[in-house]
Write a protein that binds this ligand. Structure first.
Ligand SMILES: NC(=O)c1ccc[n+]([C@@H]2O[C@H](COP(=O)([O-])OP(=O)(O)OC[C@H]3O[C@@H](n4cnc5c(N)ncnc54)[C@H](O)[C@@H]3O)[C@@H](O)[C@H]2O)c1
Length: 503
């Protein structure tokens, strides 16, 4: 066990939002905590704010008054960096600026003892670059907490190029001892969460920019069909459009403008017009007591067909067969040569197919794509993308079919990969690319995405469920539809697909 001993003091430098949260975590774990901030009076104000939060925990019965008194006695603001001399760990949460962080740690290196662990909470700077100014960069790690730090369990433990394994292990075990769920990662742009999550925002923005669907519909489909807690538009309104866009731009620039990470013009315009989300009262949505809340597109009631004909297999959408039978719809076995994906033929002759990487317009027959669901049994909404060849009656049959299964139906434009499917394929690709480049291991990536951004399933597990080679096929098609390189499957994704096929 190499976790920091509880008797060792933890210093938190920079006592804004993150510093206060991290200090509270270390304090509640039982350490003495020292707070330092460059702005006069701010460390003292932070100590008072933490004290007030502990009072609320006492009121809610989550902390005993005795424990609160003991915690308060362990917490002290410092007037100068020199007062941090005896600390066993310093966590920095100051301004996100490389030169500021570098000079702070240079100063600290001469103050603290040789065995003091040094950590940065940076979200977007290189841990290696911050440590570059140190004479002993081996003891320097990234300890990336998520906001609000006392509540969110995930901590990314980032090893820079010069970080000693012992230091990273000590940081990991300390975070674990504090009741957090740490994951290990290398010092690559965005670490795990801020890198792998990019397509969740980017695909939604692209679909909206192409006028495939409006934000309310895209949000609703990702929530009610994809199983995500929040849609990307409402989530970025909560995070702040400026904050979310800054992360996207920083990761894109750090990867030398790789098209996989290209930011969105629509989001740029939102930021330029200061429509930043909840904090400014307007983002993708309007906020305030009487602000109108746009409704997702939801089709009116239609009659379900009595019979459909199944050609081939529905693979990831196989559960639909049982649901249709339960709803009293007869499913007859068709005679077409099975192909991927299989299809459901409606009485009027149109075909329903699970979204692949091509537009439904590419099919010679009238084709309606339906979106991927996390679980077709529990999904409450489904999106349909009819090709231009689909007549009104055929679309009504498809709508009625899904309504008979208890789903609301959103009709969207004929986009390749629709909404959930293309978002998930891209998350799988980004996650496996990160594994392939040894940014982190697969298990840690899935843990980080479930705990850091609340995904219903880790992307790598999701890829396995869909079978990775189907994801490769879909992205190859999508790459053909949008030949910018953004959708080109990564080498790691292709390798994983081959491994799965032969295992
Ligand atoms: N806010 C988030 O959601 C979030 C999440 C994870 C990581 N981070 C990272 O945490 C760090 C802090 O972010 P924040 O949102 O808490 O910022 P913040 O603006 O709330 O607080 C920063 C504090 O640092 C102080 N400060 C600035 N320069 C200093 C210096 N040289 N020495 C001592 N104190 C100094 C400021 O006075 C301020 O109190 C950044 O690196 C940020 O990228 C932020």
């Amino acid at each position: 066990m190499t976790a920091l001993e509880l008797s060792s003091a933890v210093a938190v430098v920079g006592t804004g939002t993150m510093g206060q949260g991290i200090a509270q975590v270390a304090l509640m774990a039982g350490h003495p905590v020292r707070l330092y901030d460059a702005a006069p009076g701010r460390a003292k104000a932070a100590a008072d704010a933490i004290g007030a939060r502990l009072d609320r925990l006492v009121e809610k019965g989550r902390l005993t008054p005795d424990d609160r008194t003991a915690a308060a006695a362990r917490l002290a603001p410092a007037e100068s960096l020199a007062e941090l001399a005896g600390c066993g760990l310093v966590i920095e949460a100051v301004l996100e600026q490389l030169d500021v962080k570098q000079s702070l740690f240079q100063e600290l290196e001469d103050i603290v003892g040789g065995d003091c662990l040094l950590a940065t909470n940076t979200s977007s700077l290189s841990v290696t670059a911050i440590a570059g100014a140190l004479s002993n960069p081996g003891r320097f790690v990234g300890l990336h907490f998520f906001n609000p730090a006392p509540l969110l369990p995930l901590v990314e433990v980032v090893s820079g190029s010069a970080t000693d394994e012992m230091a990273a292990t000590r940081a990991y075990e300390t975070a674990e001892a504090w009741g957090k769920t740490p994951v290990r990662c290398a010092d690559t742009p965005g670490f795990i969460v801020n890198r792998v999550a990019r397509p969740f925002y980017a695909e939604a923005l692209r679909l909206h920019e192409e006028r495939v669907a409006d934000p309310a519909t895209i949000d609703a489909v990702l929530r009610e069909c994809g199983g995500f807690k929040m849609g990307p538009f409402e989530l970025t309104d909560l995070i702040g459009q400026d904050v979310n866009e800054a992360v996207t731009r920083s990761v894109w620039e750090s990867f030398f403008q790789d098209p996989k990470f290209t930011p969105s013009l629509a989001q740029r315009r939102l930021v330029e017009s200061r429509r930043l989300g909840r904090k400014s009262g307007q983002g993708w949505y309007a906020y305030g007591d009487d602000a109108p809340r746009p409704e997702p597109h939801t089709a009116g009631p239609e009659t379900a067909p009595e019979t459909v004909t199944l050609h081939g297999e529905l693979f990831a959408a196989d559960a639909l067969i049982g649901l249709m039978r339960d709803a009293g719809i007869r499913v007859e076995q068709g005679t077409d040569v099975p192909s991927y994906p299989g299809s459901l033929e409606l009485p009027g002759g149109a075909r329903l197919e699970l979204a692949d990487g091509m537009s439904p317009d590419a099919a010679a027959e009238p084709t309606i794509h339906f979106d991927l669901a996390l679980d077709y049994r529990t999904a409450t909404r489904i999106a349909l993308a009819p090709s231009s060849r689909v007549g009104e009656q055929a679309l009504k049959e498809a709508i009625g079919l899904f309504q008979a299964l208890g789903k609301k139906v959103s009709v969207i434009g004929p986009a390749p990969g629709m909404i959930v499917a293309r978002t998930v394929w891209m998350l799988v690709d980004f996650a496996l690319d990160a594994v392939g480049r040894e940014a982190a291991d697969a298990e840690d990536i899935d843990t980080a995405m479930r705990l850091g951004v609340n995904y219903p399933l880790g992307p790598i597990e999701w890829g396995r469920r869909l079978t990775t080679y189907r994801v490769v096929e879909a992205l190859d098609l999508l790459n053909g539809e949008y030949p910018t390189g953004r959708y080109a499957p990564s080498q790691a994704l292709r390798r994983q697909a081959v491994r799965e096929e032969y295992s």
